[in-house]
Each structure stands twice: as structure tokens, then as C-alpha cells.
Design a protein around this ligand. Structure first.
Ligand SMILES: [Zn+2]
Length: 243
């Protein structure tokens, strides 16, 4: 049996759908051929990965860990692409397709950066520089650390408590990161002075399983990032805009 034959039958082999004789042939080839064994291992790793990738409601820390694990080696990077496609299919099944707008097609490097920063903050146990549910503690903490005063609102009354803040670096400049919580989901809101005073309506995107809302108000640029479902994140951002 040739490598081409094995590759052609690989999915059926892994799904135990081949007849006994062909299964023996594939096994025989795998004993001899390291390249095909690697292919089988990759395919099995993909299966495990797809099963491990969290559905919409999984905690974002888990998602961050999966992303970190899967981007660690370039050989697995390809698997991640497949897994992302699988997640997309799952999302289509859940009726969420209209919310999936690829940031790549918008070509906005900022979206990439705020998502990276969000994931970093969840992974590195560096979610806070100042941990407090009190906006009157968080707001003054930024004084002297930034050349602007970020507006800090607490939205605990509608179920999005402020839990802290930290300094971050996004888009080539220091920004204020305000951290909000919704059950087990973390929302990072990055605030920095806007290039223009013109207020904009929220621009909504999705990238790598995270939702990103961006708007400008009062001369400040806001980027909210979370794996929270789109409806609740929209509610959160609406409340923050109105605060
Ligand atoms: Zn082979």
C-alpha cells in the first residue's frame, strides 16, 4: 500500500470504517512509514483539539489557554486553523454566523492587538495592577501614570461589576485597561485618547472567538474585548457608552 492510498483512506481508518483487510494494509504501512504515522498523529491531535476547544459559553481563561497551547509550535499551527474552521461550523450551527466578521478582511491591526492584549491579560495572571470594585479607587490610580484620565464607570447595578484596572500598551501607546466581570467572563476595556473628537457608533467585530466593540466618545477611544456572548457584550457596551 502506498502513502497516497493511506492518505486517501486515513479518515475512514481513524473512524474505523475500513474493512478488516484494508485496515490491516494501512496498519502494515504505518509500521513501516514514519511520514504517514506523523500524519495519523496530527489528525488525532486535531480531533482532540476540536473536542477541547470551548463552545461559546466556556470560560475565557480556558480559551486563552487552548490558544496558547495550540500556537506554541508551528507544526500545530495548521491544526489550529482547521480547529478554527470547525469552531466556525459549530457557530454556524448555533446561528451565530451573522456576527462573525473576519478582522482579516477589515485589515485592522488594532483589532489583532486588543485581542492579543486581552488574551495576554488572562494568561499571565496580570489582569490587574489595581484590584478594586470601587471606581473611586480605580480612577485615581491612573493619575500620574497616564497623560489622560480615563472615564471609569461601575456597571455592577446591571450585572457587569468593575473588578480592577491596569496599564497596558496597545497600538503603540500606553492605554488604560479597565476590567469588568460577567459571571466567569472577563471584559477588557481599553481606553486611550481618540485621534478625533468625533463620536462614532460601535463597530462590532469578531476575531479568534472573541467579540470586539470599538467606539469613540468624548474624545476617548474605547475597545471592549471579551468572549462573552454578543448580546450581553452589546448590552454592556451600550451601558458604558451611556454612562
Ligand atoms: Zn507512507
Amino acid at each position: 500500500m502506498s502513502c497516497e492510498h493511506v492518505e486517501r483512506d486515513l479518515d475512514s481508518y481513524l473512524d474505523n470504517e475500513l474493512d478488516a483487510a484494508t485496515t490491516m494494509d494501512v496498519r502494515g504501512h504505518l509500521n513501516e512509514c514514519a511520514a504517514c504515522r506523523r500524519r495519523v498523529n496530527e489528525r488525532e491531535a486535531l480531533g482532540r483539539l476540536v473536542r477541547a476547544v470551548p463552545y461559546h459559553s466556556a470560560p475565557d481563561r480556558l480559551r486563552a489557554r487552548v490558544l496558547a497551547e495550540t500556537t506554541r509550535t508551528s507544526s500545530v499551527r495548521r491544526l489550529l486553523t482547521w480547529a478554527a474552521a470547525a469552531v466556525l461550523v459549530i457557530s454556524v450551527g448555533g446561528g451565530g454566523i451573522s456576527l462573525w466578521r473576519s478582522a482579516a478582511t477589515h485589515g485592522d491591526a488594532m483589532v489583532d492587538q486588543v485581542v492579543d492584549s486581552h488574551v495576554r491579560s488572562l494568561m499571565a495572571s496580570h489582569l490587574f495592577d489595581v484590584e478594586s470594585t470601587d471606581q473611586h479607587t480605580v480612577k485615581p490610580w491612573f493619575l500620574g501614570k497616564l497623560d489622560f484620565a480615563p472615564p471609569v464607570a461601575d456597571l455592577a447595578s446591571i450585572g457587569f461589576p468593575l473588578v480592577g484596572g491596569r496599564l497596558d500598551y496597545v497600538g503603540g501607546r500606553p492605554v488604560a485597561a479597565l476590567v469588568y466581570q460577567r459571571q466567569r467572563h472577563t471584559i477588557n476595556v481599553f481606553v486611550s485618547p481618540a485621534l478625533s473628537d468625533v463620536s462614532t457608533r460601535a463597530d462590532v467585530r469578531s476575531l479568534r472567538g472573541f467579540h470586539i466593540h470599538h467606539w469613540v466618545r468624548g474624545g476617548m477611544s474605547f475597545w471592549a474585548v471579551s468572549d462573552l456572548n454578543e448580546a450581553e457584550l452589546t448590552q454592556f457596551c451600550g451601558a458604558l457608552e451611556a454612562s
